[in-house]
Design a binder for this molecule. Structure first.
Ligand SMILES: [Zn+2]
Length: 287
């Protein structure tokens, strides 16, 4: 078992090659020896059952593991009843798509504490609504995929490593999605050394057990930031951090088998290959 690499969404090169449909992505990724694909429902769940099932069949055929990114409209910390009801709906619909696609992981953003809002209270509200999300999934028989709260890149978003782990402790169906680009941005440029990357894996292992660190879900991209945190995603050709080499060194050295989703702007498959090639070089193995 090795780490798996792949893109978030469909890269520019996919469209430039004349493709239009996401159902073609698994075959296209297979041709590049990439083994992961994060399907984007971030702007809402718009995919129908037939298309979703087609993506899933193709993914199984080309041995590509599928995760889904849930809508950005999810807000677990909300005090508004309509937004809370919509949040439950977004989870339900995303989990249905996950089932159709055979996706085993659903990544989501916790939400914000609101203007001037207290983070602690916002986390308590988030945990209460998230308990309902878990219960709803149980009732509907949608407990297949793991639910993954993501570490976020802006100061005004919930999703520090500790906040993410707090949600993970609610159920063993919940695991972290660690976006190291976001962590780099929100800490004003940390996460450039092996020690800093290793510390995240250590904390996850201590809190959730060794398996959670071993099979971590990772997002990675170069990110420009300001004092407020994340500004925008760039590509590996651009002069931003964090560097991928020290992260992959920790992964190779410790024999971890994470799924690493590259979120570069447009070059996410190409940059995933760059990471995969570097990782293979460290292992001195092709696969
Ligand atoms: Zn995200």
């Amino acid at each position: 078992m090795f780490a798996q690499f792949g893109p978030a969404g469909n890269p520019d090169a996919f469209y430039e090659a004349g493709h239009k449909a996401s159902a073609d992505m698994p075959e296209w990724l297979g041709g590049l020896s990439l083994k992961a694909y994060e399907y984007q429902c971030s702007r809402g769940v718009h995919v129908g059952q037939a298309t979703a099932e087609r993506v899933g069949e193709q993914a199984a055929c080309y041995d590509v593991k599928i995760s889904i990114h849930a809508p950005y409209f999810i807000s677990l910390a909300t005090e508004d009843e309509t937004i809370a009801a919509n949040t439950l709906k977004h989870f339900q619909r995303s989990l249905e798509v996950a089932k159709w696609m055979g996706a085993d992981r659903l990544v989501f953003h916790i939400g914000g504490p609101g203007k001037g809002g207290d983070r602690r209270q916002a986390m308590e509200r988030s945990k209460r609504l998230f308990a309902q999300v878990l219960e709803q999934a149980e009732c509907l028989g949608l407990t297949g995929p793991l639910l993954l709260p993501e570490t976020m890149g802006k100061q005004n978003q919930l999703g520090s490593v500790d906040e993410v782990l707090e949600l993970c402790k609610l159920s063993d169906r919940v695991r972290p999605a660690v976006d190291f680009g976001h962590l780099h941005a929100v800490t004003g440029g940390q996460y450039t050394t092996s020690q800093e990357f290793a510390a995240v894996f250590d904390k996850i292992a201590e809190t959730l057990g060794a398996g959670a660190a071993q099979n971590l879900h990772i997002h990675f991209s170069r990110i420009e930031f300001t004092k407020a945190g994340e500004r925008r995603h760039w590509t590996f050709a651009d002069p931003y951090g964090p560097p991928h080499e020290p992260l992959l060194a920790v992964i190779a050295e410790r024999g971890y088998t994470p799924r690493i989703i590259c979120e570069s702007a447009g070059t996410q498959a190409q940059d995933a290959i760059t990471m995969q090639d570097f990782y293979k070089g460290l292992l001195k193995k092709d696969f």
